[in-house]
Ligand binder design. Structure first.
Ligand code: 4AZ
Length: 247
């Protein structure tokens, strides 16, 4: 996160760290967001490993420490969207579901530090102030051990498709957030798959997933996010069919 600040514990309890398990230590590769006890949303481009090599850590603040509030799960199944593809270096339909492997019959247990975010069943207006959070690159050119967050504003598709911004690149699976004129806060490498949340009536909605952008924190090049509303029926059908089937 560029232009961010260290979060207080429990401020973004749906944020997940997607990690590769290695013999030495686990390495954070992407963010994610808890939407149901056994289900985490992330970006399609985050999935380059088989499920056996991945784990999901919930309730984390400092990635370099073992924390009493953390809940760590193996991944039982990966479902990358059937229309996910990378074209000219740009990810389209950049979304995937991770099914967590239950421990003693249950996945995430709700605590002050681990909670689900709501799925958005409506659109937030352009200009809405929303949050981004993650452990990705900062303006000092290093990944953060501490979870950082920042505020970004939703930008219209028309403004973000202007020649000086992302001329003709955006489709309905994407939207931009940030500030075109005065860039400050932005997501960056390592934040991918993590949530952009917007608040309505005190509830936090996962409105976007960190997807891509031309650099980080650059003028006229805001962060681009996966539009979660576009994938609501896909998300619900996948979770339902998985929960219905017996294994
Ligand atoms: C990346 O490389 C990336 N500034 C993620 C987000 C943004 C740029 C790059 C947005 O994963």
């Amino acid at each position: 996160i560029y232009g961010g600040a260290k979060t207080t514990a429990g401020k973004h309890p749906w944020v997940a760290s997607l990690q590769i398990k290695t013999s030495k230590r686990n390495t954070h590769i992407c963010g994610g967001v808890l939407i149901k006890a056994c289900w985490v949303l992330t970006a399609g481009h985050c999935i380059e490993q088989p499920a056996e090599n991945l784990q999901v850590a919930l309730g984390k603040q400092n990635l370099k420490k073992r924390e009493h509030q953390e809940q760590v799960f193996d991944v039982e199944k990966i479902i990358v969207h059937y229309k996910y593809r990378e074209k000219d270096g740009v990810p389209h339909n950049d979304i995937a579901l991770l099914k967590l492997k239950p421990v003693d019959g249950h996945c995430a247990v709700e605590t002050k530090y681990v909670k689900t975010a709501c799925l958005p069943h409506f659109f937030f207006p352009v200009g809405t102030d929303c949050f981004i959070s993650g452990w990705g690159m900062t303006e000092t050119d290093e990944e953060s051990h501490q979870l950082l967050d920042a505020n970004v504003k939703l930008i219209s598709q028309k403004k973000c498709s202007a020649p000086r911004a992302y001329d003709h690149i955006l489709d309905e699976s994407m939207f931009c957030a940030g500030n075109l004129r005065r860039p400050g806060a932005d997501s960056c490498q390592g934040d991918s798959g993590g949530p952009l949340t917007c608040v309505e009536n005190g509830s936090y909605y996962v409105y976007g997933l960190v997807s891509w952008g031309d650099g980080c924190g650059l003028k006229n090049k805001p962060g681009v996010y996966t539009q979660v509303t576009t994938f609501l029926s896909w998300i619900k059908s996948k979770i339902q069919s998985e929960s219905r089937s017996l294994h």
